[in-house]
Every structure is written in structure tokens, then in C-alpha cells.
Design a protein around this ligand. Structure first.
Ligand SMILES: NC(=O)C1=CN([C@@H]2O[C@H](COP(=O)(O)OP(=O)(O)OC[C@H]3O[C@@H](n4cnc5c(N)ncnc54)[C@H](OP(=O)(O)O)[C@@H]3O)[C@@H](O)[C@H]2O)C=CC1
Ligand SMILES: CC(C)(CO)C(=O)C(=O)O
Length: 299
């Protein structure tokens, strides 16, 4: 299968590198990372030991492939979609956190857009080298739910490359459940500067549970069956399983980088207003992170 991975940073380089073991992969990223890959190949270390030589480019325009995998930060999705729209693909797949990415892609790209949730951990540590910080699992499916041969074919392609993949018919529910987890963990760990597990038994535990419950209420108003207790259970399960992890939002804050708050807490608040649900906890967390970003000149 010919695959373009658009956004060859941490996650895109890990996934693209693993896919390159089995498929013809083109990574779209930035220099010096792209130059190093072109010159010496890509190394995946940490919990994996892989060396591959995918094609790499900084120019994502006019590309053609069976599949476009999108792995940019959520705030770059619109620009990525406009660039991908200059090319031709049989399908696109978002591996991103946050909500709204698939709709944004579908508004620009003339092919079916699949949704994905992935629990691998990745860190781009040097040009040409990405560390796998956690081996996880990919779930992929039609973004509106149901079945689609394209999802089956995509799942089989990832499985063939050694990426354990489940093809699911309930991606809306999975995306909302993942959003509840991110809305609960990411802003709190970023503001408190703590690892994921620290919020389980801290004063922040009630805040995290409240953020998750609010997200579940918005999901239900959006027509997706996600019970409050399911959202809280997912939060507790992930916080426990990734207890020693520093969330992506904490890493962004520590790196003085823009966060994905608008696609996480901000999305919950914005969608809630459309369906007349009150989300005071998510509103407060979104405001605090945005205040930090403003103070750093990041928005
Ligand atoms: N890292 C992880 O372990 C996981 C990440 N995710 C999610 O995956 C997504 C990506 O995260 P992550 O990999 O950490 O982020 P990174 O910032 O490491 O990777 C995104 C990369 O895409 C590049 N990029 C953006 N726009 C373009 C463009 N037009 N052309 C070329 N390159 C471009 C960025 O470059 P630049 O910064 O210079 O614009 C950056 O190098 C996020 O939604 C994240 O939440 C999900 C699970 C795990
Ligand atoms: C699930 C969690 C919180 C794991 O760290 C994550 O997806 C992130 O950090 O963005």
C-alpha cells in the first residue's frame, strides 16, 4: 500500500516508520528531521528497535497515495487538509487527539475520512530518531460509525506492519470517550505540572471527574451514548495505566509550545453551548490554559 504520513513529528514518525516495514511510505515533515531521514534513514528506539528508509519530504503538495495518515497537532489540521487537498488519496485517517479533526479534513479532502484512536507513545528525540515510549494499540473505523471496506483494508494494512489494530463500528463513542479522558487529564496535569497518575488521589481528582462527566453529558446531547460513569471509569483507567506519563499538554507547556486545548476542553465548551449544556469545569480549564498560552504569546 502507498501511504503518506502528513505530520512526521513524534507520532507520525513512529507510525510512519512502523508502516514503512511493510508499505511504501512518504513522511511529510520538517527539516532537519526530513534531511536526516533522506540521508541516513529513520531509527525507532526506546521500546522498539527499528531502522527503515521511508521517503521523506517537507512538501506535502500534489501527493498521491492509497492512504493519507494525518498526525499534525489539532491546531494544524486545517492547513494540513488544504495541502493534502492538492493531492489524491483513496482514504484519509486521523490519528490525532481532540475532536473535530475528521470533519475539518472532510471539508477539504475529496475522499472518505476515517477516525482513529492510538495509545502508542512517541517522542521525537533527534533528527532521524524517534523514541517509542509506549507500545499501544490502534482503533480505526468510519468517522460516523458503522462499517466500511476502506476501514477493514486500512486496519489490515496496519496489522500487516505489526501495529495491533482493531476495526470498530462505534468511532463516535470512542472519540467522545477519548475526549472525556483528555479533557480530564490534559489541562489539569499541565496546570499542576504533574504526571497523569497524580490526579487520581489528589484534590484534582474531583475536578478531573467533573470534566469527564461534563464531556459525557455533551456527548449524549450530541446523540452519542456515553454514561457519566463510563467516562469517569475511562479517565481512571487511563490515568492509572499511564500514571508515570507526562501528558502531551504538560509536555507542550513545559516546552513553551502551543497546546491542543481548543480541540479538547475548548471543543467541549463550544459544542456544549450548541446543545445547551453547562460545562463550568471545562470552561474554567480551557480559560486557564488559554491564559497561560496568551501569557507566553502563543495565541
Ligand atoms: N506523541 C504521542 O505520543 C501521541 C500523540 N498523539 C496526537 O498526535 C498528534 C501529533 O502529536 P505529536 O506527534 O506529539 O506532535 P508533533 O508536534 O511532534 O508532530 C507534528 C509534526 O507535524 C509537523 N507539521 C505540521 N504541519 C506541517 C506541514 N504543513 N508540513 C510539514 N510538517 C508539518 C510539525 O512541525 P512544526 O511543529 O514545525 O509545525 C510537527 O513536526 C496530536 O494530535 C497528538 O495529541 C496521540 C497519541 C500519542
Ligand atoms: C491519554 C493521554 C492523557 C496519555 O498521556 C493522552 O492522550 C495525552 O497525553 O494526550
Amino acid at each position: 500500500m502507498d501511504i503518506v504520513v502528513f505530520g512526521a513529528g513524534s507520532l507520525g514518525s513512529l507510525v510512519g516508520g512502523l508502516l514503512a516495514r511493510e508499505h511504501d511510505v512518504t513522511l511529510v515533515g520538517r527539516n532537519p528531521h526530513v534531511e536526516r531521514i533522506e540521508g541516513d534513514g529513520l531509527t525507532i528506539d526506546g521500546q522498539l528497535d527499528v531502522r527503515v528508509t521511508p521517503t521523506a519530504t517537507t512538501d506535502g503538495t500534489d501527493l498521491t497515495a492509497d492512504l493519507a495518515v494525518v498526525a499534525v497537532k489539532a491546531f494544524d489540521t486545517d492547513a494540513a487538509a488544504r495541502t493534502l487537498a492538492t493531492g489524491s488519496f483513496d482514504a484519509a485517517l486521523s490519528l490525532q487527539n481532540g475532536m473535530g479533526n475528521e470533519a475539518t479534513l472532510a471539508s477539504h479532502i475529496d475522499c472518505p475520512v476515517l477516525a482513529g484512536t492510538i495509545t502508542y507513545g512517541a517522542m521525537l528525540v533527534a533528527p532521524g530518531r524517534v523514541e517509542c515510549t509506549g507500545i499501544g494499540h490502534l482503533v480505526v473505523g468510519p468517522r460516523d460509525g458503522g462499517t466500511d471496506p476502506l476501514a477493514d483494508h486500512t486496519g489490515a494494512a496496519f496489522d500487516a506492519a505489526g501495529i495491533e489494530t482493531t476495526v470498530a463500528t462505534d468511532m463516535p463513542r470512542r472519540l467522545w470517550r477519548k475526549l472525556a479522558v483528555n479533557a480530564a487529564i490534559n489541562p489539569i496535569t499541565a496546570l499542576a505540572r504533574v504526571e497523569n497518575g497524580a490526579i487520581l488521589d489528589s484534590p484534582a481528582a474531583d475536578i478531573a471527574a467533573s470534566a469527564a462527566r461534563e464531556t459525557a453529558r455533551v456527548a449524549r446531547a450530541d446523540g452519542v451514548e456515553l454514561a457519566d460513569h463510563d467516562a469517569v471509569a475511562a479517565l481512571e483507567s487511563v490515568a492509572s495505566a499511564t500514571a508515570d506519563n507526562r501528558s502531551s499538554m504538560l509536555q507542550d507547556v513545559e516546552n513553551d509550545s502551543r497546546t491542543e486545548v481548543d480541540a479538547i476542553s475548548g471543543y467541549v465548551v463550544d459544542r456544549a453551548e450548541e446543545v445547551d449544556v453547562k460545562t463550568p469545569t471545562n470552561r474554567t480549564l480551557a480559560g486557564a490554559i488559554r491564559a497561560w498560552e496568551s501569557g507566553r504569546g502563543l495565541r
